[in-house]
Design a protein around this ligand. Structure first.
Ligand SMILES: Cc1ncc(COP(=O)(O)O)c(C=O)c1O
Length: 400
């Protein structure tokens, strides 16, 4: 983190940190340049490993540097790197830190793309993965082998919203000398600070809440400077860079993170509370509800709550589809963290490539719906849900 940010509070860091006031511009201008003039200083930076030296936009750009500085300020990170997607950040990190013969403990109950990487790609390079239960730190410890290098977790599992006891995972990581990596996409640094809890690296799909407007795909890693430096050459070789224009939009989006999140969170909790009482709803997953099996862990790890919510519509997948197609304001699309409410059935979208038995083991049963609650008016969101559920009920009655 830039030392000038150390005495600023979160909202000020979100708005101010990283901004490059070129020619007195209040916002970092878009530097749409793939390459930079080679000067003695830049040759020196190249000789020192090239990280954060403006040489060529696959390595970094003025706009990506501005975003990295802002994100380091928000996550209290020593250093960071930006990527062209969350998956580029995850794959480059894991391929950067693991070699053939290494082992990692992770969970099958995670983002579908990460699951695919861990089950289809990493094993092809001789990297061994054991799947444990993210809600049971003891299962992670039991899976540790002599060649284990990494513990990989998500703050909230996707899409079932189980909560990971990060502090317990860090204690296990420290005891066994392992690197602890956490995907903080669902929580954001506004709600959870994994580095302050002792994690080594945080990963983000910036595509989601950080950007907040569903108009950018990007990813980031933040944390220990030595690990980021170890991963950087793989970013250079694998090429998962992000375009300056996307960086500009991302920087603009992050500036309002602290203003958007409280609305996402309060809307989501209120919707989850009302859904719990709705006759067409089988069950609701929301970590801030007292009914959540890990409510006490959630109060410690993510006390501010989340904008996400998932639930099971009575009547199975057909009813869930009818529900989504009957919505007018809430938009049927994969992804999350947008100011607009988004809804999906993970079984036919974000998690479609996760085997059915793995999905149902995690709790993705027929009728399962994941909703990212936006910042629209709460009553309009609720009325939309209520009328769509009424249409599902009418359809089920018609078919009965
Ligand atoms: C928790 C989580 N991590 C990582 C990713 C991958 O991010 P991206 O789509 O930006 O590659 C996603 C995407 O949905 C996600 O939900």
């Amino acid at each position: 983190m830039n030392p000038v940010d150390a005495d600023k509070r979160f909202a000020t860091r979100a708005v101010v940190s990283g901004n490059q006031h070129i020619e007195g511009a209040v916002n970092t201008p878009i530097f749409q340049s793939s390459t930079y003039q080679l000067t003695d200083e830049r040759y020196q930076g190249w000789a020192n490993g090239a990280q954060h030296t403006l040489l060529y936009a696959r390595l970094s750009s003025l706009n990506s540097e501005a975003v990295v500085e802002k994100l380091c300020a928000l996550e209290d990170a020593e250093d960071g790197e930006l990527f062209g997607s969350g998956m580029a950040a995850i794959s480059t990190t894991l391929m950067g830190l693991l070699s053939a013969g290494d082992h990692m403990v992770a969970s099958a109950d995670c983002y579908g793309g990460t699951y695919g990487l861990m089950t289809e790609d990493l094993p092809r390079f001789g990297i061994e993965i054991s799947m444990a239960d993210m809600t049971d730190p003891a299962s992670y410890e039991a899976a540790i082998q002599d060649n284990t290098k990494i513990i990989y977790i998500e703050v909230l599992t996707n899409p079932v919203l189980k909560v990971c006891d990060i502090e317990a995972m860090v204690a296990i990581g420290k005891k066994h000398g392992l690197i602890v990596i956490v995907d903080n996409t669902f929580a954001t640094p506004w709600a959870c600070k994994p580095l302050a809890m002792g994690c080594d690296l945080v990963i983000h799909s910036c595509t989601k809440y950080l950007n907040g407007h569903s108009d950018v795909v990007a990813g980031a890693i933040l944390g220990r400077a030595d690990l980021v430096a170890e991963i950087f050459p793989r970013k250079v070789h694998f090429g998962g860079a992000v375009d300056p224009h996307a960086c500009y939009l991302l920087e603009r989006g992050i500036r309002t993170l602290h203003a958007r999140m409280p609305i996402h969170v309060s809307n989501s909790l209120e919707i989850a509370t009302r859904l719990e009482d709705h006759p067409m709803i089988e069950s609701v997953n929301h970590p801030s509800l007292a009914s959540h099996p890990q409510h006490d862990v959630a109060q410690r790890i993510i006390p501010k709550g989340t904008g996400m919510c998932s639930f099971v519509v009575k009547g199975g997948d057909g009813a869930a589809l009818k529900f989504m197609r009957s919505l007018n304001i809430i938009f049927e699309a994969t992804s999350l963290g947008c100011i607009r409410s988004l809804v999906e059935c993970p079984s036919n979208s974000s998690h479609s490539f996760v085997p059915e038995e793995v999905r149902s083991e995690a709790g993705v049963v027929p009728g399962f719906v994941r909703m990212s609650i936006g910042i629209e008016d709460l009553e309009d969101i609720w009325e939309d849900i209520d009328q769509a559920l009424a249409q599902v009920e009418a359809e089920l009655l018609r078919l009965a």
